[in-house]
Write a protein that binds this ligand. Structure first.
Ligand code: IPM
Ligand code: MG
Length: 354
């Protein structure tokens, strides 16, 4: 199989972890005789520094022409607490999501039995396996924003069209068919008009999926249930901002944000990125956890290229490496490995003949 992968390393630890995922993809290509080529593009704070724009035209062009996109991380503390800054690195990612129509953001939350770094009790996090489907191109993130009264009042509009809700709902229901066949819609339908529309649409669509159990939950309650009884969930469907918040919370179950991958499914091209941010304090130190990025590459193989076997082999190699007690600083206490040496262990599992 021949594929062009756009690589957008971005900011902070983004370049370090992305390089590891590329290493793993190259190993897979060699093992299974695929031809993956990689082309890098600028995005985020590094792009602002070099071009003035967080999403240069060339990068968008590269992404539009690629078969899939591997993304690192975005953000730089120098733009935080600086409300006067006209451009922010994050705008690059938001614009890319919008322009590529990346409407369904999948964030699987799974526990690895050998990792004990979650602050939650063992019996709570044991066997957790759910996935959040977060709508990614609508809601308050993309509604009209405004300042009035000489800047003394501000508003952000949260808006959803029926069509926007329908396509991501369909995606979530179909995904649940391959899993435990349960969808939980998380909203705030006791207060918000957009949430009422979400319920209407989901109720209507659920009729076409008779064998799927549908559950409705208010977001405040969901934020509690996720850490109280996480094994109750299978597919959580939610709007953009609730999904942003709940997935950071859910990452605590796995034990480290560095472990979790994500896929942002688009109409044409899809994007894959670890859910962690740019982690500026760790940048350049070769200590960040590469697993989120490596598993994002595995999701790319499954969702964009339909290479299920190759995808599973990566996930198994990561699990095996963890079972042997290897890990980066965020997940193991004694003798943590560096970003690159951990990946070398994963590559060893991929290439050894046992
Ligand atoms: C995420 C991030 C982004 C978001 C930021 C970087 C704009 O937090 O992907 O979860 O809010 O969507
Ligand atoms: Mg977030």
């Amino acid at each position: 199989m021949k594929k062009l992968i756009a690589v957008l390393p971005g900011d902070g630890v983004g370049p370090e972890v992305t390089a590891q995922a590329v290493k793993v993809l190259k190993t897979i290509a060699k093992k299974f005789n695929h031809e993956f080529s990689f082309k890098e593009g600028l995005i985020g704070a590094v792009a602002i520094e070099k071009t003035g724009s967080p999403l240069p035209k060339e990068t968008l062009e590269l992404c539009l022409n690629a078969d899939a996109i591997l993304f690192g991380a975005i953000g730089d503390p120098k733009y935080d607490n600086n409300p006067a800054a006209k451009v922010r690195p994050e705008q690059g990612l938001l614009e890319l999501r919008k322009k590529l129509g990346l409407y369904a953001n999948l964030r699987p939350i799974k526990t690895f039995p050998t990792i004990k770094s979650s602050p939650l009790k063992d019996e709570i996090v044991k066997d957790v396996d759910f996935v959040v489907v977060r709508e990614l191109t609508g809601g308050i993130y993309f509604g009209e924003k405004c300042r009035k009264d000489n800047g003394q009042t501000a508003f952000d509009i949260c808006s959803y069209s029926k069509q926007e809700i329908e396509r991501v709902t369909k995606f979530a229901f179909e995904l649940s068919l391959k899993r435990k066949k349960k969808v939980t819609l998380v909203d705030k339908a006791n207060v918000l008009e957009t949430s009422k529309l979400w319920r209407e649409v989901v109720q209507e669509q659920s009729k076409q999926f008779n064998n799927v159990i549908i559950e409705y939950m208010f977001v405040d309650n969901a934020s509690m249930q996720i850490i109280k009884r996480p094994t109750n969930f299978d597919v959580i469907l939610t709007e953009n901002m609730f999904g942003d918040i709940l997935t950071d919370e859910a990452s605590v179950i796995a034990g480290s944000m560095g472990l979790l991958p994500s896929a942002s499914i688009g109409e044409k091209t899809s994007l894959y990125e670890p859910i962690h941010g740019s982690f500026p304090k760790a940048a350049g130190k070769n200590i960040a956890n590469p697993i989120g990025s490596i598993l994002s590459a595995a999701m790319m193989l499954e969702y964009s290229f339909n290479l299920k076997k190759e995808s599973q082999i990566i996930a198994q190699a990561v699990t095996k490496t963890l079972e042997k007690g290897f890990g980066t600083k965020d997940i193991v206490e004694s003798q943590p490995l560096t970003t690159s040496s951990f990946t070398d262990k994963v590559v060893y599992e991929l290439t050894s003949k046992n």
